[in-house]
Ligand binder design. Structure first.
Ligand SMILES: *Cc1c(COP(=O)(O)O)cnc(C)c1O
Length: 373
């Protein structure tokens, strides 16, 4: 098999999705599946849809086009505020989009009129993440402004947490956010259908006891894909953390001296130092590098220690049996490593569906998994 590659277990992604969808449904919250970390991979998008998400969301129009080209017809929301230069494509390929800039929204309105469509707008509100979002005090006025734009409909509001800043939301913040939906209703007489309360960072709040107010959607990427809470980095109970595995191949194993702690000028001494005793580690070089992933975001088997990486090489020390050229290692990835690897042209994607292949009928999905591959 080719290397480097990412093995993607669509069945696990689907199970993660289903579990989160079911748990949140009990709180009156729907899930939008966020596909940006996997570049809008259509097979993964379908696994999310099979797991019950109400729609998909991505931050890049190129990813949205990839899904549309592959025949994905589900609603897709653009969750990064639009560049004026891409408003036409956003109206063409997305059913809704997030906005903060009145001028850009006017361009969306014009594009929608030109294309003879009605496009939904979600107003992104600044709730403390300090990335994109209009200030809460401006929400009602901006909503009224959108109400006067032809070709667009204000579908709701959204907030973002622990993306740029690392603040996870608390009940008070969420109550304030929820109250903004009421404000819009009072000020404009318009009912905000979608109140989107953030991403995976907000799961702790969403699944905890207590009122969820008007929040009726979360946009989930990391929790579905990696089963991790982005704030703590901890695994989320019941979810698979190994839906993605990066596989890399050894191209060299040679015992080399560790760099001397002292710089020994005499080359003979230097050589002796390196060849001293059993202390000489077995070093393996892998054909993978910083161009392919975030090497620092990989988790290694316990007998391997990462020494370093360059653009195309990764150096690892092994205890125990030395690896040989052609041997492979399998590493779980964090979110950044996953995102980079999914973006890398030389990293092959291999779709597996282990659980289904093992015939675990208790957890069999409602549609055959193989049709997704
Ligand atoms: C990336 C992103 C998400 C998803 O975040 P996760 O932590 O992966 O769940 C949600 N909303 C917006 C606006 C995003 O940019």
């Amino acid at each position: 098999m080719t290397a480097p590659r990412i093995e993607i277990d669509l069945f696990k992604i689907r199970q993660n999705t289903r579990l989160l969808v079911d748990r949140l449904a009990a709180r009156g919250i729907a899930v939008a599946g966020v596909t940006k970390a996997v570049c809008g991979d259509p097979a993964i998008a379908r696994a999310m849809l099979g797991g019950g998400v109400s729609g998909l969301a991505d931050a890049r129009i190129s990813n949205v086009k990839r899904m549309r080209d592959a025949g994905v017809t589900a609603p897709i929301t653009m969750i990064r505020s639009a560049m004026p230069s891409e408003t036409g494509d956003i109206v063409r390929y997305c059913s809704a989009s997030y906005h903060t800039d009145a001028g850009v929204m006017a361009q969306i309105s014009a594009a929608a009129l030109r294309q003879g469509r009605v496009h939904d707008i979600i107003l992104m509100v600044e709730m403390g993440d300090m990335r994109d979002g209009i200030m809460p005090k401006d929400v009602a006025d901006t909503a009224a402004l959108i109400g006067e734009m032809p070709g667009v409909a204000l579908r709701g509001i959204g907030a973002n947490f622990a993306c740029f800043g690392s603040i996870a939301p608390d009940a008070t913040t969420m109550a304030v956010f929820s109250g903004l939906a009421d404000d819009i209703e009072t000020a404009c007489g318009f009912y905000p259908q979608t109140v989107s309360g953030g991403g995976s960072a907000n799961l702790t709040w969403a699944l905890a006891a207590g009122t969820k107010g008007r929040v009726n959607e979360l946009r989930l990427g990391e929790a579905i894909l990696l089963g991790l809470d982005p704030v703590s980095g901890d695994p989320i109970t019941g979810l698979h953390n190994d839906a993605f595995t990066l596989v890399a191949e050894v191209i060299e194993t040679i015992s080399k001296p560790r760099p001397a702690p002292l710089h020994l000028v005499d080359p003979v001494l230097m050589a002796l130092h390196g060849m001293s005793d059993g202390d000489v580690p077995s070093r393996s070089v892998f054909a993978i590098g910083m161009q392919d992933t975030d090497i620092g975001g990989l988790t290694f088997p316990s007998r391997l220690t990462l020494i370093g990486a360059t653009s195309d090489h990764m150096v690892v020390e092994a205890s125990g049996k030395a690896m040989r050229a052609g041997d492979e290692i399998r590493c779980p990835m964090n979110y950044t490593a996953l995102m980079r690897a999914m973006n890398a042209g030389d990293v092959e994607r291999v779709y597996v569906s282990q659980t289904a292949a093992n015939g675990n009928s208790a957890a069999r999905p409602d549609r055959p998994v193989l049709s997704l591959v």
